[in-house]
Design a protein around this ligand. Sequence first.
Ligand code: CA
Length: 316
Amino acid sequence: MSLKITTVTPPVELAEGPHWDESTQALYFVDIWKSTIHRYIPESDQYTCTKIHIPGQEEKPVSLIIPVKNEKNKFVISYGADLALITWDGENDPSDYQILATAEQDGKNSTRFNDGKCSPSGVLFAGSMAVDQEKIPNNLGNFYSFKNLNSKLLLKNIGISNGLAWSDDEKLFYYIDSLTYKVEGFDHDSNKAEISNRRTVFDLKQNNIEAFPDGMTIDADGNLWVACYEGSRVLKINPKTGTLLDTISLPTPNITSVAFGGKNLDELYVTSARYETFARNIKEDDTAAGCVFKIIGTGSKGIAGASIDISNISTH
Ligand code: CA
């Protein structure tokens, strides 16, 4: 691969959840701890961001932003352990906040949503993790589907619920709990929004890769692209054979997620983290940490992000 890697946005603390929206030709992403949502339009090189603060509520982490299918300027975001509908034109302050669903909790309000994404047919799947960093190893997280916004618990005892991807026929689902150091595969029942037959697709430790697998996307050939947190790289994996096809090195350690975008879906957008709050491993001269990278020349094409289908739900 002859790659051209550039940064396209200013650094933020914990950039996550990149989503390429075909209808607006825009990349959306979040800064989790700052509760901000971001939009980058490659064609005009326009970047905007805004703060989420639901009136009457304390500030909570925002870990995902997904456009609503067939609705202009409507998005579903996470807000702590809630899912909320917002209106945002990409430039002005968001409005019309409406809580849609809540993740099941253990009663102590101890978890929040983390990564989430829609299946090709528009059903949101999202997982959770402990809010308290020290409790993350206790595997307090869960993984849910939200068909018609009905919460269905699919997996328990998750450490850090992260990457999600589906095969284009929706029969297979790929998932990452970062604390397992694995990419796992499942059979996916799109009618029931359920997954089964859990198996290991790729084990980073067995492949001597020292990193936490984080966000993930799938390309048009069915290969997975996996962001490596504390690993300064993106992996390209064939999930059918469990083989590592390629590695892209990046100039900062905390690579958080990936999404293909651009008008031909052949630009790989990669989010990263500065993590100033927890000051873990960023060197002072690391100006790239927290930026979104654009990578041209992978030779692969992706699939646009799936919008959420809530057409059966009354949101008014
Ligand atoms: Ca993540």
